[in-house]
Design a protein around this ligand. Sequence first.
Ligand code: NAD
Length: 478
Amino acid sequence: MKAYQTGLCINGGFRQGAAGRKIEQTDPSTEEVFAEVECAQVQDAVDAIEGAAVAFEGGWRDLAPGKRAEVLFQIARLIRDNLSLLAETECRNIGKPIGDARDEVLLGARVFEYYAGGIGRFFGQTIPVSRGGFDFTWHQPMGVVAAIVPWNFPFPIACWKAAPALAAGNTVVLKPASQSTLTALLLGKLALEAGLPPGVLQVLPGAGRDIGEVLVTHPLVRKISFTGSTEVGVRIMGLASRGLKRLSLELGGKSPNIVFADGDVDKAAAGSPMSVFANTGQDCCARSRIFVQRPVFDRFVSGFVSATQAVVVGDPREEKTQVGPLVSAGQRKISEEFLEESVRVGRKMICGGDRPFSKGYYLRPAVLLEVEPEDRVWREEVFGPVVCIRPFDDEAAMLREVNASPYGLSGSIWTRDLDRALRVSRLVESGVLSVNSHSSVHVEAPFGGFKMSGIGRDLGMSAMEGYTELKNVYIAQG
Ligand code: NAD
């Protein structure tokens, strides 16, 4: 309990919330409340935003780029130094398997290093305008950025919003999801220890409906960077439009995994379970709709089911665990309802779907066959350990079905035919695709969705650009 930071991180210190309310943090593997953090109220959010605006104008904006880079490199170093604390905290807070938690903390450190290094390589242009003189562009910071993040990848997503925004010279108010506040607060603490000036990164646990909406609508907030559900993203876009605020939205997904008969079917079958069941399926990139070309359907299903049954479900603290509990009873109930409904209408659940332990929000990974395109489980994001596998005959018809989804975040294609890989990659309406792999996230490459999966991109240098306004300056000559 001692190691956790539980106050609101505002203006360089940790303090109580205005109303003295608390948010309980539950360990999903034991169902026990193990910590309480302060719950920000409207006045706290206003204080945080105003403090961030003062910190922006009072120095961070104008700090020499090399100095900004030094602080961000130092944050990365402290994240690495505190790897165990951060990973164990995340593991307990949301039931993330400890190995995955460690990888995600290291991803957070790499993100800070990448943007610290990017500061000196973030160029404008000189433009040979026709009237002569000198014309150049400037990427200028916007001011206060609100970063609103979900509970499924709390630490890396907080880093991949805060780091590019800070690198570009903005100040940030970070709002973690109520289920997963602890590593965000630790990030605030480490940033202060690293020498980030007070007010430059504020961390504010609180209810989305009140605090989140203050962040979205406050006139001093210039950009909202949100990751979460499509439903909330749509609401935020509506609210933000009143102030014409800059927005990036990373939302839900229902990603395809397309297996052609000419691909390495055995490798695809062995590797695909963790492309949907990792993080207990609570992954916006989860490849939860699998399309398999008919001649290899049975072979794929058999390999996929064997690999699924070999997945280690268990205590997230144990090194061998691959799949831990879901984040909450409510989140597990959603998956169970999808499964009950599917079985009720005659779909075939060929493995999983049961609760393996009496304590903890566990659910064994479930595989559904004979699902129809109009089924809810085929169309909607489950956000739990549930996958559907369907055969296909015709590439064009399969692509129509892939693109019939309102989402377009991620996906995989398994084929050894380069022409096909390029053709299908071009035609799938998705922001992120991988061929013969399930890797979606690269620090250096843009990440984000088409259609209802979002607007704007995280990661890569395009994210840093997204935290700036582009200014053009013309200087007359002679
Ligand atoms: P959520 O939308 O319920 O909450 C996300 C964040 O928004 C939380 O911090 C929450 O407190 C806040 N919030 C809630 N209502 C708000 C409001 N009215 N105004 C402002 N803020 C508000 O999502 P979740 O349940 O935390 O996360 C799961 C969802 O996130 C899934 O749909 C998943 O696909 C999506 N997700 C997307 C990505 C991506 O990069 N595309 C990554 C991770 C998760």
